[in-house]
Write a protein that binds this ligand. Sequence first.
Ligand code: F6P
Length: 534
Amino acid sequence: MSTKDARESVWTDLRTRRVPHDFSAAFAADPDRARRFTVPVGDLVVDMSKNPWDDDIRRDLLRLADAADVGGAWRRMRSGEPINLTEDRAVGHTWLRAPRSESTLVDGVDVVAEANDLLDRMLHFVDEVHAGRVVAADGSRFTDIVNVGIGGSDLGPRLAYEALRPYRLRGIRAHFISNVDPANAADVLGALDPRRTLVVIASKTFTTEETMANARSIREWLPADGVTQLCAVTSDADRAVAWGIAPDRCFAFREWVGGRYSIGSSVGLVLALAIGSGAFREFLAGQRIVDEHVDEHVDSVSPNANAPLLLASLGIWNAMAGGVTSKAVVPYSYDLRSLPAFLQQLDMESNGKSVHRDGTPVSGGTAPIVWGAAGTDAQHAFFQLLHQGTREVAVDFIGFAAGHDEPRSQHDTLVANLIAQSRALAFGRPESSTARLPAAAHRRFPGHRPNTVILAPRLKPSTLGQIIALYEHVVFFQGWLWDINSFDQYGVELGKEMATEARSELDGRPSAASDSSTRLLTEWCRAHRSASEA
Ligand code: F6P
């Protein structure tokens, strides 16, 4: 049977399954359900029991994964095959956290050794800054670091810097400029001393318009001799050097690291400067734990082994059986408040595709709409819709048994809210028999809303690495199961090209190819720009 036929036959089986939408009944029928649908991965536990599946469905989903040869796909990625077929590139973020004892050859180069060399060089620089041997132009120690980058060159380090707040070193703070809106730079730089600030220009291509515009502004802001305060993180060191960065301040990463998968590369420089090289290595070690988890379980027949694969399969099943096209990510952790934004890029830029790997159209859906915010704030914003709205949304709750801050009992309140929300969404509350209509209907909670809970003991560098790697691999497996290429992002190109044209029109050079809406909007902005400057 061909791979396609094998998949079709599993889909046919899945379509005939009775979907256990009534979670109360499913839990009543099986007192062991929570344990059987909870999977450990490293320090994390992933409770997938409050989703509309059962043993048969899970078994079929794993047969589907088998038919799609996810094990083969994983090994092809790990061994350096160019699985990013549209860009003819290997996909190597797992090599960034592999030990030197491992070796993978790509075009005759040992990429694991290369990744370790680049890491050692970057962390040596970090140690030199902390030791006060790398200093500002006037000999001052650096007190602040500004990371200038966008997308994958911003979201990962920004998330991790916030998430690892208790691990930040004293005396050095990080700041982030991503938006081309000059308000972003003005807001950040207004509070900083240019003579004590180290600037990291992070851009894989070193061509991204927003980043280069901000880089030019910040170069002006630095003292006249402040070029030594500039570093570049890029896969195009020649371009960075031509732009004016000293070669010994260029920190490379390779083409095989995708922007949204790059936090463990030199894109993590700002993070390493903020938390120190030891904590940065712990973060990488956490990512490695999940890579090894998949290495170990990718061919396993045990239904509860491979956590990322199960989560990926569950996402596909929720879409198919329940029409779920939206995923809310709700970390019950103030420090993880940027996780939804990070996962938006990871998931939607990777799997927001509508053609298969061979270019034929996808018939069903692909990546969900990913959104969310930190709990408990989110409860007072969009949870009304989650509980009683008409949209089908799957929720990922992420939380920690213990926090870092006092009072501890307040952290317990946070955890209690997470557990309660997961329960309320799953089991709901029937109409009260004593209340009268219409009040009874308004107070009814239907329940049966799919949700998954990911818990860890505490948010540490290793834990964060595990959470990020877990989601990276969910996205990988989902992309493979949909048979799409998760590693290009052509969808962002057209808007970039048109921005160049639009800028030209705003500057007074109308294009014959333009349309009436573009002309109207451009003219309106030109008129009101002049009016507000007058
Ligand atoms: O948004 C498109 C994109 O290419 C992302 O994939 C990438 O993370 C971001 O722009 C920034 O790119 P660069 O690191 O090359 O500046």
